[in-house]
Design a protein around this ligand. Structure first.
Ligand code: NAD
Length: 233
């Protein structure tokens, strides 16, 4: 169990691994969603300019997979922890699914965007809820301004969302917990290095991450099995 004092502020960073037991494949793992697509073809702004149909085909497939998924005990444990700590918990996810929210988490920062939102590629219209799939022969959706509608996702080469709030929460935290993230994708991979001199740093996942040197504790195991015991609420 991770001891949390009444003065502690906890920063949790989750990655694709926390949703693996819910049936959403990780980025690099076996059966990864990305195996049959190349990142450059579906996960960059250039790809969307070049072939928006292929990009929407990929994100339509991801929407279908994610809408069939249910939160697992790992998501539920973190939602319980939020109820106990209230605003002393900052939950930052690299995931674009909505499983944290479905488990009951109220304040989730999606630094890489949200799969069930879209936005206009041209105008300043705010991102909006969108669970539709757009697959050929369907047309690429268009905004009232004429611009193309794109998934509300931070693609490779784009700047993640909410970095100011995230770095403020990193400054304030005394306990940092990363769950199910390989420690490779930046800037999230460097968050632990940012806090390690003044916060306890804990990793939870079945294998050691690439940045394991920066963690004071590594709890090896699946998120759905480990988190309910580490954070019983
Ligand atoms: P990654 O695929 O690089 O690494 C996944 C990590 O999860 C690995 O370290 C693996 O050991 C671990 N893992 C596997 N099963 C686990 C389990 N049951 N419990 C805990 N950990 C487990 O993922 P990443 O580091 O998050 O980076 C990949 C990028 O891909 C992110 O930017 C993310 O936005 C995106 N992505 C998101 C989703 C999603 O929204 N669910 C899914 C795939 C990829």
């Amino acid at each position: 169990m991770v001891e949390i004092a009444s003065t502690d502020r906890v920063f949790i960073l989750t990655g694709a691994g926390i949703s693996a037991e819910s049936g959403i494949p990780t980025f690099r793992g076996e059966g990864g969603l990305w195996r049959s697509y190349r990142v450059e073809e579906v996960g960059t702004p250039e790809a969307f300019r070049r072939d928006p149909r292929l990009v929407w085909e990929f994100y339509s497939m991801r929407r279908r997979v994610a809408s069939a998924a249910k939160p697992n005990p790992g998501h539920v444990a973190l939602a319980k922890l939020e109820r106990a700590l209230e605003d002393r918990l900052f939950l930052c996810t690299q995931n674009v699914d909505s499983l944290h929210e479905q488990a009951g988490s109220k304040r989730v920062t999606h630094m890489h965007g949200e799969l069930f939102k879209s936005r206009c590629d041209s105008c300043r219209r705010a991102p909006f809820d969108d669970a539709n799939t757009y697959e050929p022969p369907a047309e690429i959706p268009r905004c009232e301004c004429g611009g193309r509608i794109r998934p509300h996702i931070c693609w490779f080469g784009e700047v993640p969302f909410d970095l100011d709030r995230i770095f403020q929460a990193l400054e304030e935290c005394t306990v940092f917990v990363a769950v199910g993230t390989s420690g490779v994708v930046e800037p999230a991979a460097s968050f632990v290095a940012h806090v390690r001199r003044r916060a306890r740093t804990i990793y939870v996942g079945p294998e050691e991450p690439a940045n394991k040197f920066a963690f004071t504790e590594c709890h090896l195991g699946k998120a759905g099995e480990m988190l309910p015991n580490l954070f019983p609420g």
